[in-house]
Design a protein around this ligand. Structure first.
Ligand code: NAP
Length: 333
């Protein structure tokens, strides 16, 4: 099995390699790391072997079975169709294909059934969307979602190496590359992506539109505020949910803790609740601060945390690859 990573030198690409190294099924794959011309020729160690970073052209010429793309939207728009035409399954981390009606937007625990041999490009959702929908999915099935209000506190690693660099520079008193329009150290920016005419940002509208698509609720009332925080590894979300039906708190806890990929961390008496530092390098989504919204009926508050580079990106993409393999969609040809 040949697996390519386009963007292998980036934050998500490197995390993909770590996630795959933890899964025995990937130990013997032939890795094809690809990146921009700047990195061609660099060496990467994976599962005890050395691989050379190649250009996108060379990567395609090596005919990978699966390609995990994490090199930004323009690379995905240009290259994903060419890889797909060559018979490769592309799992794309960018926003390029997510809202295309023909392309599945996949969180394996929720909608893996949408994978098929005919759909060669598969979109990986936005990092903050993945952790949100994972926490909402079991509750929606049981009680029906009526309305969702989410505010995020997103890590600088969500902006790639440049976001990390700005925070590190500012922490050490240097002022170098600016990933954000303002200082991020000791600050919060209510600004993710670009501002749109409706006053929301592109990151906020991704949360709205992608959640609706994944959960198959096209008209779900969902409103979002995205905030960038000086945190290095993990996004947090304050989520308020109104349900169609009444619920018991005990059922909420049981549904969440029984759902694949979710860990409930909720013991206020011991100061135990999800935090980005604890979520770092973990594959699960952590949910806590579970409590009724006392301001209106049938409503719940929760706090949802995940490592954006793991379940928000690399882990979810690798899990999609695993489903393609386990369900014999990619192999044998
Ligand atoms: P990053 O750290 O800036 O890495 C970007 C990667 O893309 C690098 O490997 C870079 O290679 C490569 N690249 C840039 N231009 C290229 C080109 N023309 N051809 C081939 N490769 C090229 O960014 P990141 O955070 O890993 O994000 C990558 C993608 O994943 C983005 O689409 C992002 O929106 C998405 N994503 C990120 C997160 C997150 O939490 N960070 C979560 C979900 C999705 P060089 O090293 O050679 O420049």
């Amino acid at each position: 099995m040949k697996i390519a990573i386009a963007g292998a030198t980036g934050l998500v690409g490197r995390e993909m390699q770590k996630v795959m190294e933890e899964i025995p099924a990937f130990a013997d794959i032939e890795l094809i790391p690809a990146a921009s011309a700047r990195s061609a020729g660099a060496k990467i160690r994976f599962s005890g072997k050395e691989f050379t970073v190649v250009s996108m052209d060379d990567c395609l010429a090596q005919k990978p079975d699966i390609a995990l793309f994490s090199a930004g939207s323009s690379v995905s728009l240009q290259w994903a169709p060419r890889f797909a035409e060559a018979g490769c399954f592309v799992i794309d981390n960018s926003s390029a294909w997510r809202m295309d009606k023909e392309i599945p937007l996949l969180v394996p625990e929720i909608n893996a059934h949408e994978l098929s041999r005919d759909t060669k490009i598969i979109a990986n959702p936005n990092c903050s969307t993945i952790q949100l929908v994972l926490a909402l999915a079991p509750l929606h099935k049981a009680f029906g979602l009526k309305r969702v209000v989410v505010s995020t506190y997103q890590s600088v690693s969500g902006s790639g190496v440049k976001g990390m660099q700005q925070l590190e520079d500012e922490e050490s008193g240097k002022f170098g590359y600016q990933a954000y329009p303002h200082k991020i150290h000791r600050n919060l920016l209510p600004h993710g992506g670009d501002f749109l005419e409706n006053g929301y940002t592109t990151e906020e509208m991704k949360l709205v539109n992608e959640s609706r698509k994944i959960l198959s609720i096209p008209d779900l009332p969902l409103t979002a505020t995205v905030v960038r925080a000086p945190v290095t590894g993990g996004h947090s979300e304050s989520v308020n949910v109104e349900f169609e039906q009444e619920f018991k708190m005990e059922d909420v806890r049981n549904l969440l803790s029984g759902f694949e990929g979710i860990s409930v961390v909720d013991d206020p008496a011991k100061n135990r609740y999800p935090m980005p530092l604890d979520a770092r390098s973990k594959n699960d989504v952590f949910v806590g601060r579970l409590r009724r919204d006392e301001s209106q009926p049938k409503s719940l508050n929760m706090w949802v945390v995940a490592d954006n580079l793991r379940k928000g990106a690399a882990t979810n993409a690798v899990q999609i690859a695993m489903k393609l393999i386990e369900n014999k969609i990619v192999w044998p040809k």
